[in-house]
Ligand binder design. Sequence first.
Ligand SMILES: *Cc1c(COP(=O)(O)O)cnc(C)c1O
Length: 391
Amino acid sequence: MQKSSLRPPKAPTPELPTPDAHPFVDVDLAALCRNFTRLAEASPDALPAAVVKCNGYGLGLGPVSRALAIDRNVRTFFVAHAAVGAELRGILNDLAPHADIFIFNGPTPSTLNVFLEHRLTPVLNTLDQAVLWARRGGGAPAALHIDTGINRLGIRTEQAANAAKIAALNITWVMSHFASAALPDAPKNQEQFAAFVDAADYFPNARKSLASTAGGLLSADYGLDMVRLGVGLYGVGPFGEPDDIVEPVATLRAPILRVEPALRGETAGYDETHRFEEDTVIATVALGYGDGFPRAASNRASCMIGGATRPIVGRISMDLTIIDAGPDYEPNNEADDGCVEIFGKHLPIEKASADCGTIGYELLTSLGPRVERRYFWDDTTADKALTGWSE
Ligand SMILES: *Cc1c(COP(=O)(O)O)cnc(C)c1O
């Protein structure tokens, strides 16, 4: 991506599509910041941390982190990998040199020096990692992950007593993670909460964190001392449907390359998987599975074209998708501006991802490098979020 393309216009411009007709995702950084505040308010006693793993859920580690640091004074971040933590340290250096950067996946002997050099805080997930940090972490603080039932990362609850006995281990946070926070009625949530509070007793000096976006919205009790806010920041309702708390942040659009009639009895795309029942007008857009738009959405997902929600027909191919725009579709109409919307401000990402057989998390993080990220923020501080660090 060109550096200059990071400079935001004051508001989304209608001068679309871009000359070489590639797909783009418009990222509304002001909406991201509003989502942060709304989610933080749901857990008023907790420190709100921003989870920016996987390139800020696909939307851009730099702009997302800097927008939150500038506009919401965020100083606590989580990523999965140490190398990304090091990158984030550089991104935030001029703004927040003392930001806390936590690394979910924890240290290994070969990444330990990255932690020390860039002052990254490990989340210790096994007793071996805890011993490694105690021996070679130089007394720096660490978080300890206790697995209370997701069976993914963290020490088992029955290992908590042993972990607490490791000398020279400076555990400032204990954390755990819900398996079923997206399922509000699951009894497992309350069970994990109880198991976590019990295990945390072994670490009386550590603060506690259990909830991600969904957990923080389930119950104010679950907020404890810190909520780790991820998907909701990026405008994806954590319960799989649009909700009142988060507003859309990312709008994926694809330029229209061709509009032509298709006649009754003809077929669309590879393998003739869709046959037209009536004469209609079809539009072909520059977005395909090579951009991260799942082929599984063929003949299932929809998009906004000409102000209406219309079906995607035939197989999605590597670079192209075909849309049945309807018999009355007028090319070059004002509603489209030359582009269709796949999800975003008009078509909820929760619905689009369900149609694609997946979840908003996967749709966002799958967006490939051909999808240009364009950043919008109707505020002059945007310049500071988008420039001034070296990539
Ligand atoms: C990704 C992640 C989060 C953030 O979850 P969201 O559902 O995106 O809010 C929090 N904690 C852990 C351990 C994670 O892996």
